[in-house]
Design a protein around this ligand. Structure first.
Ligand SMILES: Nc1ncnc2c1ncn2[C@@H]1O[C@H](COP(=O)(O)OP(=O)(O)OP(=O)(O)O)[C@@H](O)[C@H]1O
Ligand SMILES: O=C(CO)[C@H](O)[C@H](O)COP(=O)(O)O
Length: 323
């Protein structure tokens, strides 16, 4: 079973290997935004980011008239992606294909040498068992569909030269493949992240979105009890609280709610408490706190807190390897 071999190779005592984080989700779900803050916080000298949409089999022109969209596994070199993920997870370099999203062309491949931490983001990083076996931490970004569609409209019209009608037609064409291949990856995530407004609240324009994080017991999460105690008694005006949810399979799972509408000083208390836990695992490395929570032209504390939690997991996985 090839996925077992990856686990065996990665577990054997062969020195340090990169910590691998997957961030999966549909187009414009916020993967690049989440990734960019982490890379800038840890530093590009310590972290490598790879987008697996670079494994598209056809360029934009070639895809016209094909019976599938860019979301379909047949429209991607999934087997080569798997090979490359295995190599990266063992610290080996790859010659990665490159898809230029601005022009829709496949361009010159690039040499990627993994640093201590590797983030792999894209449409299908958790599609196969072998790909999943390469990761230490897996995340699925799950914004409500209307929000994702508005992000895709803005981004594709603003940066990729599409008209609103073209974007809507493409979203409609992709929907069956989103349902068949993208959304099923949610099942394999250790953490499912949903940025969204809180239902029933009317907040002033510009209020950052809140975040709900399902913390599945597939990895060891930090003990948040101390952080929550510092945040104060659970309530609408505190920055964060935990609740018990039923997961898709009916099992109970912790849900962490991070409120975007609270006063900045409330978020600061939570950020400081998590930073202290992150700091215990940092070693000598420097971290740039200002890089967290940035999107487009705005800033968001729920985004910063989500990134901080992922930072904790990355450093914790590295710390355990060193121990
Ligand atoms: N937490 C957030 N709060 C506000 N806006 C956000 C957030 N996350 C993402 N966005 C916005 O959504 C848009 C799409 O985000 P992003 O480019 O990160 O998505 P993506 O999943 O990487 O897309 P693709 O895979 O299609 O390239 C961007 O304009 C970004 O500013
Ligand atoms: O879902 C996507 C990730 O951004 C892209 O839309 C896909 O990678 C290719 O699409 P396009 O034809 O617009 O370049």
């Amino acid at each position: 079973m090839p996925h077992r071999i990856v686990h065996m190779l990665r577990a054997r005592d062969a020195g340090r290997r990169p910590v691998m984080l997957a961030i999966a989700g549909d187009s414009a779900a916020g993967k690049t935004t989440l990734t960019k803050g982490l890379v800038e916080c840890l530093g590009a000298d310590r972290m490598t980011a790879v987008c697996v949409d670079d494994y598209h089999r056809y360029d934009r022109k070639e895809r016209v008239g094909k019976p599938f969209t860019a979301l379909h596994p047949d429209c991607n070199h999934v087997d080569i992606m798997e090979q490359h993920l295995q190599l990266l997870s063992m610290g080996e370099p790859i010659l990665k294909p490159v898809y230029d999203h601005a022009t829709g062309e496949l361009v010159r491949p690039e040499l990627v040498t993994p640093k201590d931490f590797v983030i792999v983001e894209g449409l299908l990083p958790l599609h196969t068992r072998l790909a999943r076996a390469c990761f230490d931490i897996t995340v699925y970004l799950d914004p409500p569909e209307p929000l994702r569609q508005s992000w895709k409209q803005q981004r594709d019209c603003g940066k990729r030269g599409y008209t609103p009608e073209q974007v809507q037609a493409e979203l409609d064409r992709r929907e069956p493949e989103s349902a068949a291949y993208i959304r099923p990856q949610r099942r394999w995530a250790d953490i499912v992240v949903r940025f969204a407004p809180v239902a029933g609240r009317v907040d002033p324009p510009g209020t950052p979105l809140s975040a709900e994080l399902l913390l599945r017991p597939t990895i060891d999460h930090p003990d948040l009890a101390g952080v929550l105690a510092e945040a104060g008694p659970a309530g609408a005006e505190t920055a964060m609280h935990l609740s018990l949810h039923r997961d898709d399979d009916g099992r109970p799972v912790d849900a962490l709610h991070v409120h975007g509408y609270v006063q900045p000083n409330e978020s600061e208390i939570v950020k400081k408490a998590i930073w202290e836990r992150v700091g215990q695992r940092t070693g000598d490395g420097r971290l740039d706190a200002d890089a967290l929570g940035r999107f487009g032209e705005g800033t968001s504390d729920p985004l910063a807190i989500t990134q901080l939690l992922l930072l904790y997991h990355l450093l914790d996985a590295d710390h355990r390897q060193a121990a």
